[in-house]
Design a protein around this ligand. Structure first.
Ligand code: B1M
Length: 220
């Protein structure tokens, strides 16, 4: 795909132009562009621009909301294309996913879920603002292999520790791996709270989930 189409995608997010974001995604699909390339080279850089401008006081909350809507419009086109890749395989493992308590950022977490599903995992997405106990209850109900916890705020990142604690309290910690991610999260934070792994982006989350499943199967 020509670079100027990626820049148009990026600009559509900055402008909060949902219709443009959606039609550019449709054009990308029609011309055979890999959906993940459109996301990583076009739309995500747009979101990074928005974050930087918001931090500098050049964009405000309503702008950021419009950008999120534009991202959602693009993802509504690209999501089903990504999911097709994983539709007909036996599940690689069961994952319970969500954004931590107090946090309503969903775009990155949803992308992580889509890619995991596209790579054969059965994903149960609990949505946003999810308390630790809810992760634990769903993990128990579904006999989950992995719990994935996203956090986008430095304040809500602390609640990832609450998920680890809730899993311990529910007696599930030894059976279920815990993976954390999100913009402010680091590997050392994951180690500090006793998570089993950290992934910096959606594709690394897939690699990590596969690695953790491999280790789990070796033990069994
Ligand atoms: Co918010 N916001 N926001 N926001 N927002 C950030 C995160 C911020 C960095 C912007 C900034 O100041 N530069 C800042 C956080 C500062 C901090 O704590 N360090 C911020 C703030 C301050 C806020 C509010 C407090 C603003 C306010 O009200 N004054 C408020 C908080 C609301 C709340 O949650 N309680 C708020 C609200 C919002 C909107 C609702 C307007 C909207 C979200 C809409 C939605 O999700 N439906 C929004 C948005 C859009 C952003 C930015 C601009 C973009 C986030 C995004 O979607 N990125 C963001 C700035 C930024 O991140 N650059 C910002 C694209 C997405 C694909 O990337 O989510 O990072 P990301 O996910 C990546 C990786 O992180 C990773 O993989 C993903 C794909 O590669 N990953 C995982 C994510 N989860 C993972 C889980 C894993 C593994 C990997 O394993 C389980």
């Amino acid at each position: 795909m020509p670079d100027n189409n990626y820049s148009a995608m990026r600009q559509s997010i900055v402008d909060g132009a949902a219709d443009t974001a959606s039609s550019l995604a449709q054009q990308a699909v029609a011309s055979g562009v890999a959906p993940l390339d459109a996301i990583n080279n076009g739309y995500v850089p747009g979101m990074q621009d928005v974050g930087e401008q918001f931090a500098k006081g050049q964009m405000f909350l309503p702008d950021m909301m419009a950008s999120a809507e534009a991202m959602r419009a693009a993802m509504a086109v690209l999501d089903p294309e990504l999911k097709k890749m994983g539709a007909e395989r036996p599940p690689e493992g069961v994952i319970v996913l969500g954004t931590t308590k107090g946090d309503i950022h969903e775009i990155g977490k949803t992308l992580v879920g889509t890619l995991l599903a596209a790579h054969g995992f059965r994903v149960h997405d609990l949505g946003v603002d999810v308390p630790g106990e809810k992760f634990a209850a769903k993990a128990r109900e579904l006999h989950a292999d992995i719990v994935g916890v996203s956090a986008l705020l430095t304040t809500t990142m602390r609640n990832q520790r609450g998920v680890v604690e809730a899993m311990e309290k529910a007696g599930l910690r030894s059976q279920v791996k815990i993976v954390v991610g999100g913009a402010p999260v680091t590997r050392s934070w994951a180690d500090e709270i006793g998570a089993d792994g950290y992934a910096k982006d959606a594709m690394s989350a897939v690699d990590l989930a596969r690695e953790l499943m491999g280790r789990k199967l070796q033990k069994a």
